[in-house]
Write a protein that binds this ligand. Structure first.
Ligand code: DLL
Length: 437
């Protein structure tokens, strides 16, 4: 078990009562701020017949209207801005490729709060002043690079602003400068791990001890694989551009769900069809309210991430509510031949088989009225040189496992090592050709 370090004990370990009081005070102020400064949301409130006077505590949150990505696109670019541009110091934007991008604005206080959140994540992963924090998330409009960068500064780590790409150079720097904490997407971490092995470097020759990986779904199996390849502890981190970026939630030494920074972001789980709040422990859509963001405050923002919250006592001492790894999205969940399929389920299944690598791609198409479902799976180099018989056996085994897991058949195509394009950011796991028609 790694050392259990906490960045801000006062807030991370607050009692339930104190936290609720703090959240309620912040919410009352935030609703007033939005009402006074964001005509778009004021109109939504008026349509629902709610005024700031109706919101006296966090228990009144359910009275407020939701915001969705569609609202953000509607209001693009300045429609949800709650501060004059002269008070804003930064803009970030989503990595989405469909429709208009979502732009988020930050005042200096917003940047400080955000960096506080990522500082908590870095500390929870064992980071401190003596660490070399290697940030290989993309820098730029994407929030990953700048988000972890700011937290790293706050903690006092020596910060390596690598951004993504040039993988061999990343590894060279890791060796030369003794990087101890790696921050990037889990798929890029797996690629770095693979390249480390190819370069003939043993994990123990690197000084890496921890990784902070997020921005895309990944499984427990993928965690174990990355931990093995790089000889580290791998921690999950969650966030979205709309809510500032990474650091809304982070994993502690338990590595078992992410603590939500609920003094800044209040989480609800709702039924995605009815919008009703669901009781604790239910699976549903995650909705966030930013309690103290100034420039781009979001009240009841529907993330589309499917998740479960838990208040079980955590051995790290934090009292912050925990979210499980997102189990998919309400919007990009695949429906193949009428069956709901989450790519993470497939990934978990594949990684349980020792000869499959974490590189796979799901290809969905439609012939006539029937869906086709193919999974390309990269096999390990030693497997690739095996006999045709062993190859066919593996193919059959994967096909059987996928069938028993999902109840539908997929065509499995084993492909050569390195044939699926690598990603330096979020991996492209699904190619859904049906959408193109
Ligand atoms: O991905 C922010 C981020 C950067 C998070 C670096 C963590 C690390 P967006 O590009 O706006 O922001 O994408 C947000 O990515 O709604 C989830 O669907 C997904 N996502 C983010 N973190 C995780 C995670 C950044 N740890 C969307 N596990 C979110 C699963 C995640 N999905």
């Amino acid at each position: 078990m790694p050392e259990n370090k906490i960045w801000d004990e006062k807030y991370e370990c607050m009692s339930r009562e104190e936290m609720k009081k703090l959240q309620s005070e912040k919410l009352v102020k935030q609703v007033r701020h939005v009402w006074d400064n964001v005509p778009y949301y004021k109109k939504l409130m008026e349509e629902k017949g709610v005024t700031p006077d109706d919101i006296q505590s966090i228990d009144d949150l359910h009275k407020l209207p939701f915001l969705s990505k569609a609202d953000l696109r509607d209001a693009y670019p300045y429609g949800l801005l709650a501060k004059p541009l002269s008070e804003c110091v930064r803009i970030h934007s989503t990595s989405g490729t469909t429709g208009k991008r979502v732009v988020a604005f930050y005042t200096q206080n917003d940047v400080d709060m955000w960096e506080e959140c990522t500082a908590r994540a870095i500390t929870a992963a064992g980071g401190g002043k003596d660490d070399v924090c290697h940030v290989a998330y993309g820098y730029g409009l994407f929030t990953g690079g700048m988000g972890l960068h700011g937290g790293s500064h706050k903690v006092g780590c020596l910060t390596l602003p690598m951004s993504s790409g040039s993988t061999e150079r990343q590894i060279q720097f890791m060796q030369d400068l003794g990087s101890t904490i790696l921050c990037c997407t889990p798929s890029y971490a797996a690629y770095i791990g693979e390249t480390v092995a190819e370069m003939g470097i043993k994990p123990e020759e690197l000084k890496l001890k921890a990784g902070i990986f997020g921005a895309e779904p990944w499984t427990e199996e993928m965690r174990q694989e990355i931990e093995r390849m790089l000889g580290i502890k791998a921690y999950d981190i969650y966030g979205l551009t709309e809510s500032s970026g990474p650091g809304v939630a982070f994993e502690c030494c338990e590595q078992n769900g992410m603590h939500i920074n609920e003094d800044h972001f209040f989480a609800e789980i709702i039924d995605p069809d009815t919008g009703e709040q669901l009781p604790e422990g239910s699976k549903g859509e995650l909705v966030f309210t930013s309690l103290d963001k100034e420039a781009f405050p979001l009240l009841r923002y529907r993330t589309r991430d499917v998740c479960v919250l838990s208040r079980e006592k955590c051995s790290c001492g934090r009292t912050l509510v925990k979210m499980a790894k997102p189990m998919g999205r309400t919007d990009d969940m695949l429906i193949i031949k009428g069956v709901n399929v989450f790519p993470s389920q497939i990934e978990a299944g594949l990684l349980k088989m020792s000869n499959a690598t974490p590189n796979y791609q799901i290809v969905v198409d439609r012939v006539g009225t029937t869906d086709t479902f193919e999974i390309l799976v990269e096999v390990s180099p030693d497997m690739f040189s095996d006999t045709v018989k062993t190859f066919e056996e593996l193919q059959k085994k994967i096909a059987g496992d996928i069938h028993s897991m999902l109840g539908i058949r997929a065509k499995i195509k084993l492909v050569e090592p390195k044939s699926i394009p690598r990603s330096e950011g979020k991996a492209v796991r699904v190619v859904d050709k049906r959408k193109l028609v």
